[in-house]
Design a protein around this ligand. Structure first.
Ligand SMILES: [Zn+2]
Length: 344
């Protein structure tokens, strides 16, 4: 009888465990964990469109570009979304469908001989901004396998998305592509970020005016599907350095992107990181939130549009040396007393 009761009890425990203790199938839990931890960036939705060859006809357009044109030089390319390119020569292991974040937040780099000393100092300015406002470390390459090669060929502004393995070029044609915000923009691509205006939720913030877009560049405005990319809980920002300018890829000079609330003022700015950019970088690379200060205010109107800072870790208390507290004072006082006895 006792053994029958014991068996019934055991079956009851198993049934209750399946029904109430495991609300999700085990494979769902495993999938979520992998997405959280392995640092891969899924490029499969772009198909083969991100692979190609640097194009000198883009270089000629960038040569003619002026800041007064109202667009950004990286919007002149015929590459994927204007400036995303993995050259065939760097597409090892075939046409890869995923890239990765940089390991340990360290990004080795070299300057190709085509980069002038003036442009090197502009790129160093951008690197210094990353060092001051994020936990990323750009280090001159010694023998690391994966690294960025800053180059300056006459083929416009372009970069891969994320770490693709081996050498990866990041091209900044002198002049049009060497504004601080454009350098930071291309570097953010290399870190794994995509264009702000193609987020899945962009239609809540801007209107894309298709009839003003050059028809062959319409795919540049294709937005991600929900769940394909992560926004790291940072609200959409027209003032992000990853946002197109209001007349990007226009066929008639008219606006292709209109703000749904407020002015288009900050849209597509390239003066430097927006606060939202720094929040995103520091979230992707799990930086201490204390580092994420600075940056331009959000380009959206209607108050603070960036998420509140994450809770900060408790700081360790400063270590007190003996003598700085009551016990220390007592010990040091007794020492003097016995010293006085000894000498007396
Ligand atoms: Zn871009």
């Amino acid at each position: 009888m006792a053994s029958v009761l014991k068996n019934i009890g055991l079956i009851l425990i198993i049934v209750l465990h399946i029904k109430y203790i495991q609300p999700y199938p085990a494979d769902v839990l495993i999938d979520e964990m992998q997405e959280e931890d392995d640092g891969t960036i899924d490029l499969s939705r772009f198909g083969d469109a991100i692979f190609g060859d640097p194009d000198e006809s883009v270089g000629r357009m960038v040569d003619e570009w002026t800041p007064e044109s109202g667009t950004n030089a990286e919007e002149l390319g015929n590459y994927f979304e204007g400036d995303i390119l993995i050259p065939f020569s760097e597409a090892r292991n075939g046409l890869v469908k995923e890239s990765s974040r940089w390991r340990n937040n360290i990004i080795p780099y070299v300057f190709h001989s085509s980069v002038s000393s003036q442009d090197r100092s502009l790129i160093n300015q951008a690197i210094n901004e990353y060092h001051a406002k994020t936990c990323l470390k750009f280090v001159p390459r010694s023998s690391e396998k994966d690294y960025i090669s800053f180059e300056s060929s006459s083929s416009g502004c372009w970069s891969s998305v994320g770490r693709i393995g081996g050498k990866q070029s990041l091209n900044l044609q002198s002049g049009g592509c060497t504004r601080i915000g454009t350098i930071e923009h291309e570097m953010m691509h290399a870190l794994g970020f995509l264009h702000e205006q193609n987020r899945y939720d962009r239609d809540d913030f801007v209107t894309v005016i298709k009839q003003n877009i050059k028809p062959d560049t319409l795919p540049n405005f294709e937005k991600a599907r929900y769940g394909e990319t992560t926004a790291y809980d940072v609200t959409y920002d027209k003032g992000s350095v990853m946002h197109y300018s209001p007349t990007a890829f226009s066929r008639n000079g008219q606006k292709t992107i209109l703000s749904k609330n407020g002015s288009d003022g900050q849209m597509g700015q390239r003066n430097g990181f927006a606060r939202s950019d720094l929040l995103r970088i520091n979230a992707m690379y799990k930086c201490d939130s204390q580092i994420s200060g600075g940056g331009y205010p959000s380009g959206n109107t209607g108050g603070n549009n960036v998420s509140p800072p994450r809770p900060q870790p408790a700081r360790p208390k400063p270590i007190q040396r003996p003598g700085n507290n009551a016990a220390g004072a007592l010990i040091s006082g007794l020492g003097s007393f016995f010293q006085a006895l000894g000498s007396g």
